[in-house]
Design a protein around this ligand. Structure first.
Ligand SMILES: [Zn+2]
Length: 183
């Protein structure tokens, strides 16, 4: 049974501290791990896609393990492929970030649209409220005009000859009488 681990994944823990240190370094440098079960713990590779990829077999236990781990660390640091692998990883990450940015911009757009709608609603509400205020003012004017009309009507009746004897409104016979009156 073997399993491949990417550098961004969590790798299985090696029982030896010196190997753990080298493995952490490899993982941080963007190396990959193929883990085994048994005497061979796994194989680490700087870039599995490369034919000439640096690669080390890591043993689970055994004599000289500490030296092998130290040696591995030096060779990880000197790997000539890491710069290329790193720039590739940067490109992959940049593409991922751009995709995220795209999503965020869409979300921001949606937020702006919602804000626009809120502004529109507020404008409509303010329009509605000023229309209501205007309507109230007009109503007051209408009431005042009605009162003035009533007062004028009363004045007109008083000014008319026999006005005080007329009903309000005057009866048909009274109107005929008024129309027939000489000035
Ligand atoms: Zn390499």
């Amino acid at each position: 049974m073997s399993r491949c681990y990417q550098p961004h994944e969590e790798w299985p823990r090696h029982s030896k501290a010196w190997w753990r240190e080298s493995l952490n370094l490899a993982r941080a440098a963007g190396w990959h791990l193929k883990s085994f079960t048994g005497h061979a713990w796994g194989r680490i590779m700087c870039d599995p896609a490369l034919d000439e990829s640096c690669s080390f077999l890591v043993l689970s236990t055994g004599n000289g393990g500490e030296d092998a781990a130290h040696d591995a660390r030096k060779r990880i640091e000197r790997c000539p492929h890491i710069a290329a692998a790193t720039s590739h990883q940067i490109l992959v990450r940049a593409a991922m970030l751009l995709e995220q940015a795209d999503g965020l911009m869409d979300a921001a757009d949606a937020c702006l649209t919602a804000e626009d709608r809120a502004c529109e609603a507020e404008e409509l509400w303010s329009c509605a409220s000023s229309a209501a205020a205007e309507a109230e003012q007009l109503l007051e004017q209408a009431v005042r005009a009605d009162e003035q009309a009533s007062a004028l009507l009363a004045e007109a009746y008083e000014a008319l000859p026999l006005g005080s004897e007329l009903g309000c409104p005057p009866k048909a016979g009274q109107v005929e009488l008024l129309v027939g009156l000489d000035p």
